[in-house]
Design a protein around this ligand. Structure first.
Ligand SMILES: *Cc1c(COP(=O)(O)O)cnc(C)c1O
Length: 341
């Protein structure tokens, strides 16, 4: 099987397994785990923030950020295709008491300053004020779009002018930065908090990072405890996370493989795929007369795994465990899958 369902399917390397076994550990709820502390320090530095907290998942990181930045009854501004809105089980509403104002931020998923001003609401007797703007980079549902620093900065500045804090869902922040040749610290310079995943393209088995100011992280550690995310000898999972931070540059290989995959699939009669910014390839199979369900099933039967991404759209995600030869093979197999329809 060539598994292109996600970059989360990667298996930890032998080095990661050895690092987990040998990690120095302590009770992290007491702040005693040296490996977690090292990971948090390095991770904070990598995105130019004062401090960071290690969390079990990207979802928990985003949800903690929303809770820390807002008061119940406020509104969160998000793109209608945002992960926090579509795929986090309504957490903003349930865990932070937020009303979500989701609007179409366009094909790259980043709002313009005008859109931020248009959708922001000032609190009044009748109106729930806006308490948070949430941005996403890369933008998953928009097809792994790498949003420029200029666009992130412009949206963040517009929010800040209205007194609204900004969280960046950077689950794949490093993919964006590698694709754009941008420094991650510069990318996160104008936002108040940023989450990124160690467990996606960077290849760690578990874990994400939530970074921000010292005061923000102090509150985030408390909310993490409340959400059940306080961990004990977490150095066991932080050690592979430290090695994952060394996997940033190689994301360029995933992007190149994604480009090869997209061009190959686009050349298959009945399929179309735009050249991706990063490691996410979205394929349209409507011209082949195949729904995404049918296409995904046909691909699976020939040995390629992808995921449905809309009625006629399928997502393939390149990753650390997939080679150039694998993606070239996947193109041939997907061609067979379309032929056999
Ligand atoms: C994967 C993802 C998350 C959530 O991360 P989990 O570790 O799966 O909870 C959040 N935002 C985006 C954009 C993602 O792609």
């Amino acid at each position: 099987m060539i598994d292109l369902r996600s970059d989360t399917v990667t298996r930890p390397s032998d080095e990661m397994r050895a690092a987990a076994r040998d990690a120095d550990v302590g009770d992290d709820v007491y702040g005693d785990d040296p490996t977690v502390n090292e990971l948090e320090a390095r991770a904070a530095e990598s995105v130019g923030m004062d401090d960071a907290v290690f969390v079990p998942s990207g979802t928990m990181g985003n949800q903690i950020a929303a809770r820390v930045h807002t008061d119940p009854g406020q509104e969160a501004l998000v793109d209608v295709e945002a992960h926090v809105y579509k795929w986090e089980v309504g957490g903003f509403a349930q865990l932070s008491g937020l009303q979500v104002r989701a609007f179409d931020a366009g094909s790259r998923g980043v709002p313009t300053p005008e859109q931020v001003r248009e959708h922001a609401r000032e609190e009044s007797l009748h109106v729930a004020g806006t308490g948070l703007l949430c941005l996403e980079n890369t933008h998953n549902a928009r097809g792994g779009v790498a949003v420029s620093k200029a666009d992130i900065d412009a949206a963040a500045d517009a929010a800040h002018e209205l007194g609204i804090p900004v969280h960046l869902d950077g689950a794949r922040l490093f993919n964006a930065c590698v694709a754009l040749d941008e420094d991650p610290a510069a990318m996160a310079e104008r936002v108040d908090s940023v989450m990124f995943c160690l467990s996606k393209g960077l290849g760690a088995p578990v874990g994400s990072i939530l970074a921000g100011s010292e005061a923000f992280v102090e509150n985030a550690v408390r909310v993490r405890k409340q959400f059940g995310g306080g961990m004990r000898q977490a150095g066991i999972i932080a050690a592979p996370g430290l090695l994952a931070l060394d996997n940033v540059e190689r994301l360029a290989d995933d992007h190149e493989n994604a480009r090869v995959l997209a061009e190959g699939l686009d050349a298959v009669d009945g399929l179309s795929a735009a050249t991706p910014d990063t490691n996410i390839v979205v394929v349209d199979s409507e011209a082949a007369g195949m729904t995404a369900d049918a296409f995904v099933e046909a691909c699976e039967s020939v040995g390629v795994l992808g995921g449905t991404f809309g009625e006629y759209h399928t997502r393939f995600t390149t990753n650390l465990n997939v080679s150039r030869a694998d993606v070239e093979h996947a193109v041939e197999l997907a061609g067979d899958a379309v032929e056999s329809r």
